[in-house]
Design a protein around this ligand. Structure first.
Ligand code: ZN
Length: 546
C-alpha cells in the first residue's frame, strides 16, 4: 500500500467534494441527431393512425377475454413480425374467467309513443332470448335497504334502478388542452397534507372516473365488501324476476353513454338480470312520464353470450439491444377496452402509439445498448390484471417481494393510457432522481408542447403494477381533450375521436425517451425497494392525480 501525505489526502478529499457532485449533476446526454431522425420518421412518415384503424374499425372493441381481443393480439404479433420484430408473441398471464360478447341490441319505447332508444347493454349482461316487452317502473336501488322497499313489486317489470339526473347546458367546450398556467401549477409539488382517514374508497356502482382507480393491489377488504354488496343487489333483482334493468350512469348526455359492467368474469359470481344503459335524454323522458303516472312500455332485445374460461394474453415483443442486451427498457399500454364504442381513446391510442414507437426504432435501425421490450396488457379494465400478473411473473411478487430474475435488469417502464392527447410532460411518481434526466430528454420537444416535469403521481393504469414493486414506472401528462366528457368508456369512443397530430407527437417523444433510456450509461435511478405487503393489509392511500 502506498503512503500518502495527510495534505495530499485532504486535497483529494477537497477535490472529490467539489467535483463528484458536479459530475453527478452532469448534463444528461441527448443525441440531437437521433432526435432529429426520430422526429422525421414520427412526424413525416407516421403509421400510427393505420395501427389505430386496425385496432378500432377492424377488430374493435377489444373487451378483455373476447374473441375480438384475441384476434387483435394475433394481428399485432403478425404486424410486428412483418416489421422484422421476430420474437413478438402473446404470453399467457393466467386464465381470464368468464368472457362475454354481445352481437345484437335494440330498445324501443312502445307506449305512450314509439321511439327507438339509444342505449348499450352493460358488459356481462345476459341476453333476453329474443325481444321482450313490459311495463317500466322507477325503483332507485343503491343499497339492500332500498331493495327491501321493492320486494315483490318488480316481477316481469323493466326496472329503472337509478334516479334521473338533471342534464346541464354545456357552456364550456367538451375538449380542452392544458394551459401554460395549468401546467405551471402541475409542476409544483402538492401541499404536504395528511392522507384522508380510512384511505380511499371505491365508488359504489357505475363507471370509475378516469385517473381515479386504486393504486397497487386494491384494499382487499373494501373491494370484497363492494363486490359482495354488488352481488347481493344483482341477485335480488334476478330473484325478483325483473325482466330488464335500465341504468343511465352518473354522467354523459348529447348521445354519449358511459358504460361499465353489470356482471363479472368470476365464474362464481351470479349472472345478473339483462341490464342496459340508456342515454340520459331518453332515460329522463321515461322518468318524467312515470312521475305523471303515465304508463310506459318498452321492448328490449339483447343477444349476448358467455364463453368458457380462456387464456389471458398479453402481447410481448423485444428489439434486441447491443452490448447490454440483457438489460432492458419497457414501454406499454393496455390493449383491452370497454365494449360500447371501439375503444379508440381507451386504449387503441396507447397501443397504436407504442406499436409506432417500436416501428420507428426498428425502421431507423438505431443502435441501442439495451433491449427495448413492448408489453400490451390484457384486462387493465378489470383491475390491471394483465400487467400485474406479468410483473409478478417477471419482476417481483408484491406480497412477498421475492424478486424475479429480471428485477435488476429493467431500467424503466413508460405507459400511455390517458386518451388521445399529446404529451405535455411527465409525472415523476415521487422519483426526484429522474427529474434532471427527464428535463434533458424533454428539451428537444419543448416546441412540440412537451415541457412539464412534475413530482406528482398519476394513478389508474398499468404503470402502478410496476411501481408497486419499486420499479421506475411512469405515465406522461397528456392533454385531456374530450376524454372525460365524451370518450372514456363510452359509445362515442371511436376512431374519429383520435387526434392524428397528437398521437404522432406522442410517438416521437416516447421513441426518443426510449432511445435515451436504452443508451445512457446507467439504469434509471430507483426509489427504495418496498417491503413485503401481505394482501390482507390495506396499503397506504396513494396520492391522487390533481
Ligand atoms: Zn385505459
Amino acid at each position: 500500500m502506498l503512503w500518502e501525505s495527510p495534505m495530499k489526502k485532504n486535497l483529494v478529499a477537497l477535490l472529490a467534494a467539489v467535483f463528484v457532485p458536479l459530475a453527478l449533476l452532469a448534463e444528461e446526454k441527448v443525441d440531437l441527431s437521433v432526435v432529429n431522425k426520430i422526429k422525421a420518421e414520427a412526424l413525416q412518415n407516421s403509421k400510427v393512425m393505420d395501427h389505430a384503424f386496425y385496432l378500432t374499425d377492424v377488430y374493435g372493441p377489444l373487451l378483455a377475454g373476447s374473441q375480438n381481443y384475441r384476434n387483435a393480439a394475433a394481428w399485432i404479433v403478425k404486424t410486428l413480425n412483418e416489421w422484422g420484430i421476430e420474437d413478438a408473441k402473446t404470453e399467457k398471464w393466467g386464465t381470464f374467467g368468464r368472457s362475454w360478447t354481445y352481437s345484437r341490441f335494440s330498445a324501443h319505447l312502445l307506449e305512450p309513443q314509439q321511439l327507438p332508444l339509444l342505449g348499450v347493454p352493460q358488459a356481462w349482461s345476459p341476453g333476453t332470448e329474443g325481444p321482450v316487452s313490459g311495463e317500466v317502473i322507477l325503483a332507485p336501488i343503491r343499497t339492500l335497504e332500498d331493495a327491501e322497499k321493492y320486494k315483490g313489486k318488480l316481477k316481469g317489470k323493466i326496472v329503472m334502478t337509478e334516479q334521473p339526473r338533471e342534464l346541464q347546458l354545456h357552456l364550456t367546450p367538451d375538449a380542452r388542452r392544458y394551459t401554460d398556467a395549468e401546467l405551471a401549477e402541475m409542476a409544483k409539488a402538492p401541499d404536504p397534507a395528511p392522507p384522508s382517514p380510512g384511505g380511499p374508497m371505491m365508488p359504489m356502482m357505475g363507471p370509475t372516473p378516469p385517473g381515479r382507480r386504486q393504486a397497487g393491489p386494491a384494499p382487499q377488504f373494501r373491494m370484497e365488501d363492494l363486490r359482495g354488496m354488488r352481488n347481493k343487489l344483482t341477485q335480488f333483482l334476478k330473484e325478483e324476476g325483473v325482466l330488464v334493468v335500465i341504468q343511465t350512469g352518473s354522467r354523459g348526455d348529447d348521445g354519449t353513454i358511459f358504460t361499465s359492467s353489470v356482471g363479472s368474469r368470476e365464474p362464481k359470481d351470479p349472472i345478473p338480470a339483462p341490464t342496459i344503459a340508456l342515454v340520459g335524454e331518453h332515460y329522463n323522458r321515461i322518468a318524467r312520464l312515470l312521475e305523471k303516472k303515465i304508463p310506459v312500455r318498452l321492448e328490449v332485445d339483447i343477444k349476448a353470450r358467455y364463453e368458457d374460461p380462456s387464456d389471458g394474453l398479453n402481447v410481448i415483443a423485444n428489439l434486441p439491444g447491443g452490448r447490454k442486451k440483457d438489460e432492458f427498457v419497457m414501454i406499454g399500454a393496455h390493449l383491452d377496452s370497454w365494449h360500447a364504442g371501439t375503444g379508440a381513446t381507451d386504449n387503441a391510442a396507447g397501443s397504436a402509439v407504442m406499436m409506432e414507437v417500436m416501428r420507428i426504432l426498428k425502421t431507423l435501425d438505431l443502435k441501442m445498448d439495451r433491449t427495448v421490450r413492448l408489453g400490451l396488457w390484457d384486462a387493465e379494465e378489470q383491475g390491471l390484471v394483465g400487467s400485474r400478473n406479468y410483473v409478478t411473473e417477471h419482476f417481483a411478487d408484491r406480497d412477498t417481494m421475492v424478486l424475479g430474475a429480471e428485477y435488476h435488469k429493467l431500467s424503466c417502464y413508460f405507459n400511455y393510457d390517458n386518451g388521445s392527447g399529446r404529451i405535455r410532460g411527465i409525472y415523476l411518481q415521487n422519483n426526484d432522481m429522474a427529474r434532471p434526466i427527464f428535463e434533458a430528454w424533454l428539451e428537444p420537444f419543448k416546441d412540440l408542447g412537451a415541457t412539464t416535469v412534475t413530482i406528482r403521481n398519476t394513478s389508474g393504469t398499468d404503470h402502478l403494477s410496476f411501481e408497486a414493486v419499486g420499479l421506475p414506472a411512469f405515465q406522461f401528462i397528456q392533454d385531456p381533450l374530450d376524454y372525460n366528457s365524451r370518450t372514456h368508456h363510452t359509445n362515442m369512443d371511436t376512431y374519429d375521436r383520435l387526434q392524428r397530430g397528437d398521437l404522432m407527437q406522442s410517438s416521437a417523444v416516447i421513441a426518443s425517451f426510449v432511445y435515451h433510456a436504452a443508451t445512457r450509461p446507467d439504469l434509471l435511478p430507483r426509489k427504495p425497494q418496498p417491503k413485503p405487503r401481505p394482501r390482507s393489509q390495506p396499503p397506504k392511500p396513494e396520492e391522487k392525480k390533481s
